[in-house]
Design a protein around this ligand. Structure first.
Ligand code: CMX
Length: 135
């Protein structure tokens, strides 16, 4: 089962408002949603670019994944998210092929999607997310 499309690209930023201003006023995109995801310790802002979205991520906790990422590596691309169908099966499939899973069981992410991450040490340095729209 191959990923259907790139659902979003996650970008870690220090200040959400300043980053939103860049995407709106310089690139001309429209922020259509701002949402806090407590479980992930982030505040997010979304922009549509065709079928793919840009997800800006501001940390709400220095010990959260994005807080630690910015501390260690600075602002920049944090993860890439693929849209998949049957997420539990897809996770099982890649784990059997030797990929290290961060989430063996899907969690609820922004926009109500079911999400799960693969460890960047198993994915050539790119934190990879699988997500599934539950209609
Ligand atoms: N992309 C690539 N590499 C990353 C990374 C990222 N986003 N985050 C951490 N790493 C690297 C670190 O640089 C480190 O590499 P080295 O050992 O070479 O230094 C290695 O992974 C381990 O990092 P760490 O700092 O020791 O471990 P952390 O405690 O920071 O955990 C990770 C890293 C990926 C397991 C953790 O961030 C995680 O579980 N992420 C998934 C959840 C998440 O990122 N949520 C935020 C987004 C939520 C959303 O989109 O809604």
């Amino acid at each position: 089962m191959i990923p259907k499309y790139i659902e979003h690209i996650g970008i870690a930023v220090k200040n959400l408002e300043e980053a939103i201003s860049y995407y709106e006023n310089i690139l001309g995109l429209k922020c259509y949603a701002v949402e806090e995801v407590e479980d992930q310790k982030v505040k997010t802002a979304f922009f549509k670019v065709g079928q793919t979205k840009i997800e800006l991520l501001e940390s709400t906790d220095p010990e959260g994944p994005v807080g630690k990422f910015i501390e260690k590596r600075g602002e920049g691309i944090h993860h890439i998210a693929f849209s998949v169908s049957n997420l539990p099966e897809k996770l099982n499939e890649v784990e059997l092929k030797g990929v290290q899973l961060i989430d063996k069981i899907p969690k609820k992410g922004a926009e109500g999607l079911d999400i799960a991450f693969l460890h960047p040490k198993s994915t050539f340095g790119v934190l990879t997310e699988f997500c599934e729209h539950k209609d």
